[in-house]
Design a protein around this ligand. Structure first.
Ligand SMILES: Cc1cc2nc3c(=O)[nH]c(=O)nc-3n(C[C@H](O)[C@H](O)[C@H](O)COP(=O)(O)OP(=O)(O)OC[C@H]3O[C@@H](n4cnc5c(N)ncnc54)[C@H](O)[C@@H]3O)c2cc1C
Length: 690
């Protein structure tokens, strides 16, 4: 795409062409930064600058399905955590993007949302308007659903709720391929008491459900750069500066955020910097790793850290860099001794199938190579997995919180965790909110992902090298109850593998290994294998009350100063049980509305505001621009549980496509195969069109 690359390059600005001031300066042109830049620059009277440390990735391969797992180091900050004491002292690689589009440029494109309870918990922590009804309009505003291939929908009974989606820039859909064994896995979930939900995106992200990818109908990545930035890049009032780092923010004597100090990437620290003023607001969108770091370098953070680093104190906010959360995960692996064909291995060991897959992809962009990592999740409530869940909840409530938190946490951080624990305890006992995620795609091996960890970590500036890498401590499993939940999920996965339907695949446990059964053996397994992150790190500049370690208010304004806000994943107070990309779009859309509302003289404090439309009149005088904005706010009541369905199921008379199931014990679908294939018995439980 050379002509496209040239166009994109032309849209960037070089440092010499920068204005001396902008109305808004957005720190970080990652996922949230580009959303907010798009929305704020809708008003042509406002100037917007985005400063991004990374560059534009112009390689078309980064849009392909295979990019979902390549995690290129050139697009990441290559930082490693400190040794994780509770998981064998291992250092864990950190995932934080450093490229235009941020995480949305490099991520795995699994595109889902948390359950309504996940977001309602945010509101319960003192954040009116940040519950699911308050966020659903922004989930909708950011996304459009693209109707998937009807054959694949029918073949696998893929369901979704069209009400979950709107008309937004990001396209989400299902690929044109699933591996056949997934049908058996769905049956097996049902047999162990995990029902199928129509759609997780409507607040029902618990039990088992299909989940789309953020791709277009050609399986190409649909992400912040190509959907939020490229279409508006020609706006004269929007500038993107790449390859520059915001070192810090400078404040007036009245603690108003006045300017950012930027430095070209690759130049020596302590060398030359440029200062750019913000007339209205500076919005931090530097991600979970760097938003707290920029704050700390600017004098906002834990007082003792700042004094050790020699940074003059602006506001003592002990929560900056605390409350780090992610989804720790471990592998579990079963081999299918009677696996059905084709399966993932067929791409490697069946030449005919592999050639067919290549042809499908090259000719139509369909087939197995259009698939990413998978499209089905079981997000399991604790009571589903553990009959003694009440004992775990009561032990959680009676823990001395400080004993299981990082040693750097002071009283405010501890109070904040105790507030979180109150809502988490209810979620642990809930049947409509998951604590462990098990992605499934037909294979016997997968990850067990802890969705509501109790352990907390930190991101702290290095006091002797402020501009160097921060110290990241995930604190994985420092709360031993996280291990108990993990062990419960191993045992439940084993039960799933023992479900009657699953026996047709002949599952045999590889790891942890069937001989490991006691709590201690499984804790040892977790200690050796658990990783701290699934690239969903968040919470390091949390939206919580200030006396509970909070950094921003529900209006996203940083406490103790003016003119400074946070619009990225750092503001999440409690990690939701979901991959975080879709949630970040909703957060950023809502952040943009809040910023616009306050610029228009409306504090944006409405608790259930869902739609804000503005009509703007601009008058220009000789020296400055005055904008009068009339803001009309519409409040909508949204039901969090939706039962509308778009379901397509196998009908007994419809011809099944090649590779799909056409018979077997318990099969109620069609036994007719599409022309050119016949229904062949693979085992008593499974016949297939081949
Ligand atoms: C490898 C990976 C895989 C993932 N897989 C999935 C997935 O499959 N599904 C899913 O839902 N989520 C996934 N995620 C998570 C999701 O993509 C992120 O949570 C989301 O993109 C975070 O958005 P953000 O705007 O908060 O931060 P980012 O998108 O990371 O943006 C921060 C930006 O700020 C820039 N920056 C940082 N410091 C400075 C500074 N000082 N000055 C200037 N610029 C700066 C960075 O370069 C970066 O571009 C994944 C993330 C990663 C990294």
């Amino acid at each position: 795409y050379p002509q496209l690359v040239d166009k994109i390059k032309a849209r960037q600005i070089d440092a010499g062409s920068l204005r001396s001031s902008y109305d808004y300066i957005i720190v970080g042109g990652g996922q949230s930064g580009l959303v907010i830049a798009n929305r704020l620059s809708e008003d042509s009277s406002k100037t917007v600058l985005v400063v991004e440390y990374g560059y534009i990735d112009t390689n078309p391969a980064q849009l392909e399905p295979s990019s979902a797992t390549n995690y290129l180091s050139r697009n990441l900050f290559n930082v490693t955590s400190v040794p994780q004491t509770a998981i064998g002292g291992r250092r864990i690689s950190v995932y934080a993007a450093s490229v235009v589009g941020g995480g949305s440029t490099v991520n795995g494109m699994l595109f889902d949302r948390g359950s309504a309870e996940d977001y309602n918990n945010w509101a319960a922590l003192g954040n009116p308007g940040w519950d699911f009804p308050g966020l659903l309009p922004y989930f909708r505003k950011s996304t459009t659903f693209g109707t998937p291939d009807p054959d694949i929908v029918r073949q696998y009974n893929i369901t979704w709720d069209p009400n979950a989606y709107g008309n937004g820039p990001i396209e989400a859909t299902f690929p044109s391929w699933q591996w056949p064994a997934i049908s058996i896995q769905w049956q097996a979930w049902n047999e162990v008491g995990v029902p199928k939900m129509v759609d997780g995106e409507t607040g029902n992200a618990f039990n088992a459900y299909w989940t789309p990818n953020n791709v277009d109908s050609q399986s190409r990545r649909s992400y912040a750069k190509n959907r939020y930035f490229d279409p508006v890049a020609s706006r004269q009032n929007l500038h993107l500066l790449t390859g520059y780092r915001v070192n810090d923010i400078q404040f007036s004597s009245s603690k108003r955020a006045e300017s950012v100090r930027i430095q070209q990437r690759g130049t020596p620290n302590g060398g030359s910097t440029t200062t750019i003023r913000a007339n209205q607001e500076i919005v931090l969108c530097a991600g979970w790793l760097n938003t707290p770091l920029v704050l700390q370098r600017s004098g906002i953070g834990p007082q003792d850290l700042l004094s050790r680093a020699g940074v003059p104190l602006v506001v003592d906010l002990p929560g900056v860099g605390s409350n780090l959360q992610d989804h720790p995960a471990g592998r579990i692996s079963f081999e299918y001794t009677r696996d059905i064909q084709p399966n993932q291995a067929s791409l490697r060991n069946n030449q005919t199938f592999s050639a067919w897959a290549q042809q499908q992809w090259q000719q139509y962009r369909k087939g197995p190579l259009s698939m990413l990592v998978g499209n089905a999740l079981a997000t399991l409530p604790l009571p589903t997995m553990l009959s003694t869940y009440q004992s775990l909840v009561s032990r959680l409530n009676s823990q001395n919180a400080a004993q299981y938190l990082p040693s750097t946490y002071g009283p405010a951080n501890i109070r904040g965790f105790e507030a979180q624990r109150r809502v988490l305890a209810a979620s642990y006992a809930s049947r409509t909110n998951g604590v462990v995620e098990i992605p499934f795609n037909g294979a016997g091996a997968t990850s067990l992902v802890l969705e509501k960890p109790l352990s907390r970590g930190t991101v702290l500036m290095n006091p002797s090298d402020r501009l160097g890498d921060p110290t990241v401590d995930f604190g994985t499993s420092i709360n031993p109850l996280d291990n108990e939940v993990y062990i419960a999920s191993i045992r439940f996965y084993r039960q799933w593998m023992q479900a009657p339907s699953m026996q047709q695949l002949g599952p045999q446990e590889q790891s942890p290994g069937a001989s490991l059964t006691s709590d201690q053996q499984l804790i040892n397994y977790a200690t050796q294998g658990l990783t701290s992150t699934t690239a969903h790190s968040c919470g390091t500049a949390a939206m919580m009350p200030q006396d509970q370690g909070g950094v921003v208010s529900p209006q996203l304004l940083v406490y103790g100063v003016t003119g400074l806000s946070v619009g990225d994943i750092s503001l999440i107070p409690l990690i939701p049980a979901t991959h975080t990309c879709a949630t970040v779009y909703a957060i950023a859309e809502k952040a943009a509305d809040l910023i616009k509302a306050r610029a228009a003289g409306n504090s944006g404090t409405s608790t259930t505001t869902t739609t804000t439309t503005s009509s703007t009149r601009t008058t220009t005088s000789s020296s400055r621009t005055t904008t009068t904005t009339t803001t009309r706010t519409t409040t909508t009541t949204t039901t969090t549980r939706t039962t509308t369905t778009t379901t397509t199921s196998s009908s007994a008379s419809v011809a099944q496509p090649k590779w799909s199931q056409c018979g077997g014990i318990g099969w109620t679908g069609s036994t007719i195969c599409t022309s050119g294939t016949t229904c062949q018995v693979l085992n008593p439980y499974y016949s297939q069109c081949l």
